[in-house]
Design a protein around this ligand. Structure first.
Ligand code: PLP
Length: 390
């Protein structure tokens, strides 16, 4: 029996973790789930191959890159691993230095740590109090041994946008490959301009109303990452294993919808996030918006709020009981009580970081969800504050 996990919630405000699947994408994926193995020579196999290559061509067209540069993966985590490990290892004869930033997702920082264990040197550039990395600091970290720079387009915890174009121009003029994790920007920022200035780019379908478990790595035009897996010819041998054709088709459609409706969707998200922020600020003195900055420096979707004196996990669980889904810091840290590395890099003290919740809207967030959240959140926080004050 199908179970809709997100729908019963009165206010789903955790879209940075995952978004509700678009109805057209859901239909396409479920209608395509039974396609054959695209490597088979028979008619059903050839039909699946055509569908897969059509999905690849559509992703490539949305990003204005050659279809041969589009590699389907199981999501952004795998795409980031393939980019960082695969591109660094492929370039090891030229140098063993990587430059990245302190606010990357763990799916970039994890592979960087693995490379360090292999003898690579990783330089991690910090950020300012609004979660912005300085292009100058990245450029200063480059040297003749650097083979790869990995910098995200927008941060998943606080929504700060990064100056990828400036960084990419400087690094590429020195012959250094640039990878950009654009997973969190999917559906919120235009992706083709980013694809035009970097060598490799990561996307994730479920951040833009596509299916979970499928993503894309755009690979450099002139160099290939070393594969992480072996044993098959699929995806030009860079990602062996029978392809998930239905998911690839859903990813392509989600990307097309996201790109074609970007302006309307972004404006709606900005409006909804603004309502949420204004309502909460009016009702709750003492809260603050982490990474508040100019509109062009942040995503329209994420609201990272510091609620001093409270533990974020308690807030998340109490809001959940009242039908409001949010997360504490980054969803990927939800099981741990360690303050997030991003909030720390921004200079927030541990106490503030531990009291930070992340709310995130999407273009399909309804006014009723925001109204419900504004009815519930102030009451829950006031109650928790009373309890904390004893
Ligand atoms: N990179 C960023 C910036 C993300 O926000 C996420 C998910 O939260 C990931 C990578 C991992 O994405 P996926 O769930 O597709 O593996």
């Amino acid at each position: 029996m199908p179970v809709a996990e997100i729908d019963p919630v009165n206010a789903y405000l955790d879209n940075a973790s995952t978004t509700r699947i678009h109805p057209d994408v859901r239909r396409l994926v479920s209608d395509s789930i039974d396609l054959a193995n695209p490597s088979s020579l028979h008619t059903p196999g050839r039909r699946a191959r055509r569908a897969l290559e059509d999905a690849r061509a559509r992703v490539a067209a949305s990003l204005s890159v050659a279809p041969s540069r589009v590699v389907f993966t199981s999501g952004a985590t795998e795409a980031n691993n393939l980019a960082v490990l695969g591109l660094a290892r492929a370039a090891k004869e030229r140098g063993r230095r990587i430059v990245t930033t302190a606010i990357e997702h763990s799916a970039v920082l994890g592979p960087c740590a693995a490379l360090e264990r292999e003898g690579y040197r990783v330089t991690t550039v910090g950020c300012d109090s609004r979660g912005r990395v300085s292009p100058r600091a990245v450029v200063e970290a480059l040297n003749s041994e650097t083979v790869l720079v990995s910098v995200m387009l927008a941060n998943n915890e606080v929504g700060s946008r990064q100056p990828v174009e400036k960084i990419a121009t400087a690094a590429r003029s020195r012959g250094i490959l640039v990878h950009c994790d654009a997973a969190q920007a999917c559906g919120k920022l235009p992706l083709a301009p980013c694809a035009a200035v970097v060598d490799a780019m990561t996307l994730s379908a479920h951040k833009m109303h596509g299916p979970r478990g499928v993503g894309v790595l755009v690979i450099p035009a002139g160099s290939r990452p070393e594969p992480l897996l072996f044993g098959g010819d699929q995806e030009q041998r860079m990602r062996p294993g029978t392809e998930n054709v239905a998911a690839a088709m859903g990813c392509a459609l989600a990307l097309e919808l996201a790109e074609s409706e970007l302006d309307t969707n972004s404006a709606r998200m900005e409006l909804l996030r603004g309502k949420l922020l204004d309502g909460l600020r009016d009702a709750l003195p003492g809260i603050s918006w982490n990474a508040e900055g100019e509109a062009e420096d942040r995503l329209p979707s994420i609201l990272s709020l510091a609620i001093p004196g409270l533990a974020a996990d308690a807030v998340v669980l109490n809001l959940d009981a009242a039908g409001v889904a949010v997360s504490s810091g980054s969803a990927c840290h939800a099981a741990s009580i360690e303050p997030s590395h991003v909030l720390r890099a921004m200079g927030l003290d541990d106490e503030v970081a531990r009291g930070t919740i992340r709310m995130s809207v999407a273009s399909d967030t309804t006014d009723a969800e925001i109204e419900h959240a504004l009815r519930v959140i102030p009451d829950v926080i006031r109650r928790l504050r009373r309890l904390a004050d004893g």
